[in-house]
Structure formats: structure tokens, C-alpha cells
Design a protein around this ligand. Structure first.
Ligand SMILES: [Zn+2]
Ligand SMILES: [Zn+2]
Length: 77
């Protein structure tokens, strides 16, 4: 594992902030889980309708909306 960023430190609010994104966590283990499973990992959320992959679930949801909009259009034709 290539760790080039500084190891997360506690902020003045007692929160652990992710060095890669803007998320903050009150527990170090939660931050470490975020780093391991969510942040800095490859896109994990794959669209069930096409080959596209997304890093975040809400990005996939936004993308899947475009599919449903498209199918609505084709349904009208
Ligand atoms: Zn992060
Ligand atoms: Zn898709």
C-alpha cells in the first residue's frame, strides 16, 4: 500500500479528518475504515444497466437516473 499523504491527525475539534476528502470522523477506526473501503479505492459501484463504474453510490444513483430518463423517452416513442 502506497501511503504518500500524512497520517491523519486529530483536529482541534477532536475529529479525524480524511486527508483525501473533506469527511471527518469522530473515531479513528471509522476514518481508517473509510480510507480502506471508501476513499482512495477504485470505483466499486457498477451500474447494473451498463459498464460504467462509480466511486460513490450517489454518483451511481445520479447516473442510473439518466438511464431511467432515457427509458422513459424510448417508452414514449
Ligand atoms: Zn476520504
Ligand atoms: Zn449505466
Amino acid at each position: 500500500m502506497n501511503i504518500s499523504w500524512a497520517f491523519p491527525e486529530t483536529s482541534s475539534y477532536g475529529l479525524y479528518s480524511c486527508p483525501k476528502c473533506t469527511r471527518t470522523y469522530s473515531h479513528k477506526c471509522t476514518l481508517m475504515r473509510h480510507l480502506r473501503l471508501e476513499c482512495g479505492v477504485g470505483p466499486r459501484f457498477q451500474c447494473s444497466l451498463c459498464e460504467k463504474k462509480f466511486k460513490h453510490r450517489h454518483h451511481l444513483r445520479d447516473h442510473e437516473k439518466t438511464h431511467s430518463q432515457h427509458s422513459n423517452l424510448t417508452a414514449q416513442i
